[in-house]
Design a protein around this ligand. Structure first.
Ligand code: AGP
Length: 372
């Protein structure tokens, strides 16, 4: 009913707007103002977490994209090798697992059959399984050794929005906590990340307050056949998520590439007027990466692409090569997916609405896929 939708026409629109609250609720009680992390609720003891030698993340769809982003953060902060795999592939390839392996199963619903089967398989192989889940008491957390719940609240729209953003929060918390229990030196970078994590509700609010131009842009592109998405580092899985949202909601061909791979083939796809969405890392810190992607933007634009650039506010270097700039707040690179994903969600949702699609119930899709 309209009341349940809080005056929004679709649950998805409401759920996008709820993201700052969902992030705050997921951080609550776990990250103190002093920057201390408390995750005892996970049911995995610090001793168990100290013995972990390898991490394997398994998930499907959007949850898999959260896992891809988690890999960058966990390997960088904890120096533990971390693999990420789609759950449907996992148990069919004889993966290497043992007691020192921590499997992190990410599932919004806790009911995806592919992920559940992968969890069962991992436990049979004696790996420890930690679930990240949004639904209390669902099957995957019940069958795992430990769980960290996201507190996004119920998500009705089939397309994951606030559950994805809170999965990212959960992944960052786990990465930082692992570093903490393993006694890794909390240098300035980690302190800065913790401080910034606490500000994420406000940062996402900022993005939502300046989103109107993204809506207009989406409407202007409703006749396009294809949209390409480019990113590097954590911006690559963000690009993958942007492409998935467009497929699911707008039924459009959309594909994401690691920007550095362009020259190895995909650049042949670029033609006059083709919309290309590019996620640009912060110019601060990892500036090499930033400069590389600016040249990737130049390359596609020189071949006729219409460049839609998601960049940090005040990043002047992208201006000469961008047809449209979508500004996002300055945050540390590893946290950028939280703010960079939001315009992608709005873009796909608005484009789908412009095509007359039902964004809450896209064709052929179910909210949770309980068959293998
Ligand atoms: C997300 O927009 C999709 N509806 C889908 O990819 C989803 O993320 C996937 O099916 C995994 O679901 P889960 O997180 O409930 O396991």
């Amino acid at each position: 009913s309209a009341a349940e939708k809080d005056g929004f026409d679709y649950f998805m629109l409401k759920e996008i707007v709820e993201q700052p609250r969902a992030i705050a609720d997921t951080l609550l009680g776990r990250l103190s103002v002093e920057g201390d992390l408390t995750l005892d609720e996970m049911r995995l003891s610090p001793a168990e977490l100290r013995s972990v030698e390898k991490i394997v993340i398994i998930a499907c769809g959007t949850s898999y994209h959260a896992g891809l982003i988690a890999k960058y953060a966990i390997e960088h902060w904890c120096r533990i090798p971390c693999e990420v795999e789609v759950a449907s592939e996992f148990r069919y390839r004889d993966p290497i697992l043992d007691r020192q392996t921590l499997v992190i199963a990410i599932s919004q619903s806790g009911e995806s059959m592919d992920t559940l089967m992968a969890v069962r398989y991992a436990r049979e192989q004696r790996a420890k399984v930690l679930a990240i889940c949004n639904v209390n008491g669902s099957t995957i957390p019940r069958e795992s050794d430990g769980v960290l719940y996201t507190h996004a609240g119920p998500e009705v729209g089939v397309a994951a929005t606030k559950t994805f953003i809170t999965q990212l929060i959960a992944c960052y918390l786990i990465g930082l906590y692992l570093a903490q229990v393993r006694g890794l030196k909390f240098g300035d970078e980690i302190d800065a990340v913790i401080a910034q994590l606490a500000t994420m509700p406000e940062q996402v609010e900022k993005v939502l307050n300046t989103i109107e131009p993204v809506r207009e842009l989406a409407r202007s592109l409703s006749g396009a056949d294809t949209v390409l998405f480019l990113g590097r580092h954590v911006g690559y899985p963000v690009a993958m998520e942007g492409a998935l949202k467009l497929k699911e909601l707008a039924y459009m061909h959309a594909e994401a590439f690691a920007a550095g791979e362009l020259k190895h083939g995909p650049i042949a796809l670029i033609e006059e007027g083709l919309p290309v969405v590019v996620v640009v890392p912060s110019p601060q810190g990892r500036s090499v990466l930033h400069d590389k992607i600016v040249s990737n933007i130049q390359e596609v634009r020189a071949r006729g692409a219409r460049t839609i650039v998601i960049a940090e506010e005040g990043d002047e270097s992208v201006r000469p090569y961008s047809d449209v700039i979508i500004e996002i707040p300055a945050v540390p690179t590893l946290l950028q997916p939280i703010v960079a994903t939001v315009p992608m969600q709005v873009f796909a949702c608005e484009l789908a609405l412009a095509k007359g699609n039902d964004v809450d119930q896209p064709r052929n899709l179910a909210k949770s896929v309980t068959v293998e």
